[in-house]
Unconditional design. Structure first.
Lengths: 114, 113
């Protein structure tokens, strides 16, 4: 089973709202990722967690706040977003750090910021 | 810096025709190479990967890809395309010591009956 589950599938929020995206995997993977994908563009890496510690932050604005409560769960907390943050947010996981690790992606959360 | 180029933004083929999607990478050593497919509004599904060894790799759904070091290429092929293959295809490269996947800009495949 190579399933990464993301909830919700769709989310609409105002610029003053606080919401969270959730990602879960039960493959025993120790690395988890958040990507942002705008329409007709490739995914862009936002954050990497390795062994529940933040290892990469690609200079993402502080209105995006990741959290890894345990090795199976990854959250992305959203606050005071802008309309340009509307995108597909993808979560991925892999066995470990470094190269030669296959990243398995979830179906994504489609976020619209009004 | 590492980069991936997919020269074809959009390709249209007839069902049953053969397919080749191009991918070129820029990296000083042999990278790890991947092809992912994305249906509209969906996540990315891994089609195949190359780490080392045999330069012709087989993947799911009848796809294969060939790594050519001399051309820094990793082209994706399928001998006979099905209508369900219509999707966005991304080539990606990963260096040996990082978690980062660097994606190409993608190729949108349209299949006509």
């Amino acid at each position: 089973d190579t399933e990464v589950t993301q909830t919700p599938k769709h989310l609409v929020m105002g610029m003053t709202n606080k919401k969270s995206l959730k990602c879960e995997q039960h493959m025993g993977h120790r690395a988890m990722y958040w990507y942002k994908q705008k329409a007709k563009k490739p995914p862009e890496l936002m954050f990497v967690y390795s062994y529940e510690k933040l290892s990469i932050n690609e200079s993402v604005p502080s209105r995006f706040s990741p959290e890894c409560p345990n090795s199976s769960l990854l959250n992305l907390h959203l606050h005071a977003l802008q309309p340009e943050d509307s995108a597909l947010y993808l979560c991925a996981s892999s066995q470990g750090e470094g190269g030669k690790n296959i990243q398995y992606f979830g179906a994504g959360t489609r976020l619209s910021v009004l | 810096a590492q980069s991936v180029t997919q020269p074809d933004i959009h390709i249209t083929v007839s069902e049953g025709a053969s397919l080749e999607l191009r991918c070129n990478y820029s990296y000083g050593a042999t990278p790890y190479l991947f092809w992912y497919v994305q249906s509209p509004g969906q996540g990315l599904q891994l089609l195949l990967k190359y780490f080392s060894g045999d330069t012709l790799v087989q993947g799911i759904k009848g796809f294969e890809a060939e790594f050519k070091r001399s051309q820094s290429s990793f082209n994706l092929r399928k001998p006979s395309v099905h209508w369900s293959d219509a999707a966005e295809y991304f080539c990606a490269v990963q260096t040996y010591n990082t978690d980062k996947l660097i994606f190409g800009t993608g190729t949108r495949l349209q299949v006509f009956p």
